[in-house]
Structures are given as structure tokens and as C-alpha cells.
Unconditional design. Structure first.
Length: 88
């Protein structure tokens, strides 16, 4: 038993992350299900897949929040640099 992800959406989602370590971690989490699922009793597959989906979504939410924080910090630094340049 494996999970066949349709359409490559998972790859596009992971590659949208700008930091290599983030991409690698999300891809690892996405691929983890196919290592775990063969060892899970059949009647627990649904629960395992739900937990896996939650873990992937939680990781993506975390990295999207981190990305937003970095962008916000960058914009603030740019605004300060422009303001300073205007004063000089």
C-alpha cells in the first residue's frame, strides 16, 4: 500500500518554499507516508493518512508564517534604508 499523489501538486507546493532546507523537510514529510503506511495495519490506514496530512499542512503553515516574517522584516529594512537615503 502506498499513497499516490495526483498531479504533482505536492512537488509544486514544496518547490514554492524559498529556502532549500524548508523544501527538503517538506518533501521528506510528504514522502514519509509511503515508508510508514506499509507497516500500518489496514484498519488504521485512514487514521495514519489523516495524521500525515495534518503534519504536512502544519509544516507548510509554519514555513509560510516564517516566510511572511522574513518578507516583513526585509520590507522594514528597505523602508529604513530608503528613509535614511532620503535624509542624506
Amino acid at each position: 500500500r502506498t499513497v499516490d499523489l495526483v498531479g504533482g501538486a505536492h512537488t509544486k507546493t514544496a518547490t514554492s518554499l524559498h529556502m532549500h532546507c524548508w523544501r527538503a523537510e517538506v518533501i521528506e514529510e510528504i514522502n514519509r507516508i509511503n515508508q510508514v503506511l506499509p507497516n500500518v495495519p489496514g484498519d488504521e490506514n485512514t487514521d495514519e493518512i489523516r495524521q500525515w496530512m495534518d503534519a504536512v499542512l502544519d509544516k507548510m503553515d509554519h514555513y509560510k508564517a516564517e516566510h511572511y516574517r522574513y518578507v516583513k522584516e526585509g520590507v522594514t529594512l528597505l523602508e529604513l534604508a530608503l528613509w535614511k537615503a532620503k535624509l542624506d
